[in-house]
Ligand binder design. Structure first.
Ligand SMILES: Cc1cc2nc3c(=O)[nH]c(=O)nc-3n(C[C@H](O)[C@H](O)[C@H](O)COP(=O)(O)OP(=O)(O)OC[C@H]3O[C@@H](n4cnc5c(N)ncnc54)[C@H](O)[C@@H]3O)c2cc1C
Ligand SMILES: NC(=O)c1ccc[n+]([C@@H]2O[C@H](COP(=O)([O-])OP(=O)(O)OC[C@H]3O[C@@H](n4cnc5c(N)ncnc54)[C@H](OP(=O)(O)O)[C@@H]3O)[C@@H](O)[C@H]2O)c1
Ligand code: SF4
Ligand code: SF4
Length: 490
């Protein structure tokens, strides 16, 4: 039975280049790579050689005959991407008979010209920083110093990825390997802008690459969000992952219902953790304070509220499968799915998502504590005096109001970058202004300044998305070095 890509896939495409028969798609040079929720193995072409398994940094690829029960659905998810019949292949941008026998690999070129030893500073040590460092260190005459404000490296792969996503968290082993290269130094507890100024950094290095992420959250602008009992998912995630900025962000878990506003993958993460089996969570990296609080939690139901219909849900199919077929208990009110059908939907990922939601809605209501996925409800106010006691919603597109009682409201409506002193900032996107990784001021490149990751493109995408993103930035940095455009400033 062919190999299968499963839930933990973070889209770094390492497997693509390991496969001897080019059967893992989309590849980074195919049009749908940027929007794919995971990569897929073509079961008709896979020769079961196993090469992709060792290439995958997060253990997401499993031989079909060894798939655990809760991952069986991924057999169809992989196959569906390629369609069942030859006619279905129109959906797939590169039909099997037009595919190259091997995925195209661009050989890293040696940089000629520029400084004898190119000194590069990277600000931040999250996935985008570590992938950038890896790409730079392919050049023999480059030295990289990574500056990280915290006392532990790797950004959201440590302090964001949910503790029960144990496979995904193993990506930190890859980053540890990168950090062992002799030409890289990681300076922890060093915040640029506080401990070292950006000017000092630019004076010490030929190039500075900002990879500081998008550390804050978008704020929900409705009456009542200032009440106690309302907090951001960002703070809750930081708290359960032991982020030093959020040690005091422990939530009040004395109410029976929690309402999460927004239905992206972060919302599913927090809902899973708040309803999870505490003995299982005890086996993970979850903070011990969070574990203790969860042991005495009164929470029986976590409502994940999306303002749009299920066809626009922001969570991805692999994560939905994770809660539907894994250990989480999840429920959808059939009324929320009225008029929504998977049949006739062209996009196989969306069709699979809708049909799984229908399937969940037909199941009996699970035992408590459980997650309720709610759709088509726009939050208009948090109600309460000093403390939140409920959330008032309107059915989206109507005036029909409904109030859900709750003592804890979590806003999970996305992250946002913050301005960096001395660098041009785009307020609309919450990113440092740039063109393909080169920082720009009024459209003109700022010499020696680069950007990558969430602060370059905005807060979306998986861990592996940052690999291609950082590849683009580093390519431009090396091009500028070759052109003799990089020198220490100041
Ligand atoms: C809650 C959550 C869960 C996620 N789970 C998954 C998942 O399961 N799978 C998946 O594929 N993707 C997941 N993602 C997405 C993934 O984490 C991001 O794509 C990725 O971390 C972005 O990388 P980054 O390097 O741009 O930013 P970050 O990971 O945020 O790294 C930025 C780093 O810069 C440091 N820094 C910031 N400012 C400074 C400064 N001035 N000086 C020094 N250091 C500084 C920060 O401390 C941090 O370490 C998740 C995201 C979130 C928010
Ligand atoms: N396991 C994983 O792979 C994993 C885990 C966590 C995070 N991530 C990734 O990290 C990124 C960030 O995730 P995220 O969940 O923070 O963001 P997200 O996917 O952008 O989801 C944001 C949610 O907030 C809603 N929203 C935005 N503004 C709102 C408002 N004013 N009122 C009500 N709802 C509002 C959005 O609804 P609309 O769609 O209607 O705007 C959407 O449901 C994503 O790319 C995600 O896939 C991945
Ligand atoms: S098992 Fe071999 S042939 Fe199959 S997808 Fe993996 S690398 Fe390709
Ligand atoms: S995480 Fe990377 S290597 Fe693993 S399956 Fe996904 S794209 Fe392939």
């Amino acid at each position: 039975m062919p190999h299968v890509v499963t839930q933990a896939c973070c889209g770094d495409a390492s497997c693509v280049y390991a496969c001897p028969v080019n059967c893992i798609h989309p590849t980074p040079d195919e049009p749908d790579f940027g929007i794919a929720e995971m990569l897929y193995i073509d079961p008709a072409t896979c020769v079961d050689c196993g090469a992709c398994v060792s290439a995958c940094p997060v253990g997401a690829i499993v031989p079909g005959h060894r798939l655990p029960e809760e991952a069986q659905r991924f057999v169809d998810v992989n196959a569906e991407h390629y369609g069942h019949t030859q006619d279905d292949f129109v959906r797939f941008p590169v039909p099997r008979d037009k595919r190259l026998p091997l995925a195209p690999i661009s050989k890293p070129r040696a940089v000629r010209g520029g400084p004898d030893l190119l000194e590069v500073a990277i600000v931040g040590s999250g996935p985008s920083a570590m992938y950038a460092a890896d790409e730079l260190l392919k050049q023999p005459r480059v030295r990289v110093t990574v500056y990280e404000r915290l006392d532990l490296p790797f950004g959201l792969s440590r302090f964001g990825v949910a503790p029960d996503h144990t496979s995904t968290r193993t990506v930190m082993n890859l980053f540890d390997d990168i950090a062992r290269h002799p030409n890289i130094t990681i300076a922890l507890n060093t915040e640029i802008g506080r401990d070292v100024s950006l000017d000092e950094l630019r004076a010490r290095h030929h190039a500075v690459l900002w990879a500081g992420g998008a550390p804050t959250d978008k704020t929900l602008q409705i009456p009542g969000v200032e009440l106690s009992g309302v907090q951001s998912a960002t703070s809750l995630v930081g708290w359960y992952n032991g982020h030093p900025d959020f040690v005091d962000a422990g939530p009040d878990l004395s109410a029976e219902r929690v309402v999460v506003i927004g239905n992206g993958n972060v919302a599913l993460d927090v809902a899973r953790i708040l309803t999870g089996d505490v003995d299982e969570l005890a086996k993970t990296d979850i903070s011990r304070d969070a574990l203790a609080a969860l042991r005495s939690s009164a929470v029986r139901e976590v409502v994940v509220a999306g303002r749009r219909g299920p066809e626009h849900a922001a969570f991805t199919l692999p994560e939905l499968i994770g809660i539907a077929d894994g250990h989480a208990r999840v429920w959808v009110d059939p009324a929320d799915l009225e008029g929504v059908w998977a049949d006739g939907v062209d996009d196989p990922t969306l069709a699979a998502k809708l049909s799984l939601l229908q399937e969940i809605s037909q199941r009996p209501k699970p035992a408590e504590p459980f997650i309720r996925l709610m759709f088509g409800k726009t939050p208009v106010a948090v109600v309460g005096q000093e403390k939140a006691t409920g959330v008032r919603f309107v059915r989206t597109g109507t005036n029909l109001e409904e109030t859900l009682d709750t003592g804890l409201v979590l806003t999970s409506i996305g992250y946002r970058g913050v301005p960096v002193a001395g660098l041009p900032f785009d307020e609309n996107t919450g990113t440092i202004a740039n063109v393909a990784g080169r920082v720009t001021d009024g459209g003109t490149p700022v010499p020696g300044m680069y950007v990558t990751g969430w602060i370059k493109r905005g807060p979306s995408g998986f861990i592996g998305t940052n690999k291609t993103d950082s590849g683009e930035t580093v390519a431009h940095l090396l091009e500028d070095a070759e052109a003799g455009a990089l020198s220490r400033v100041g």
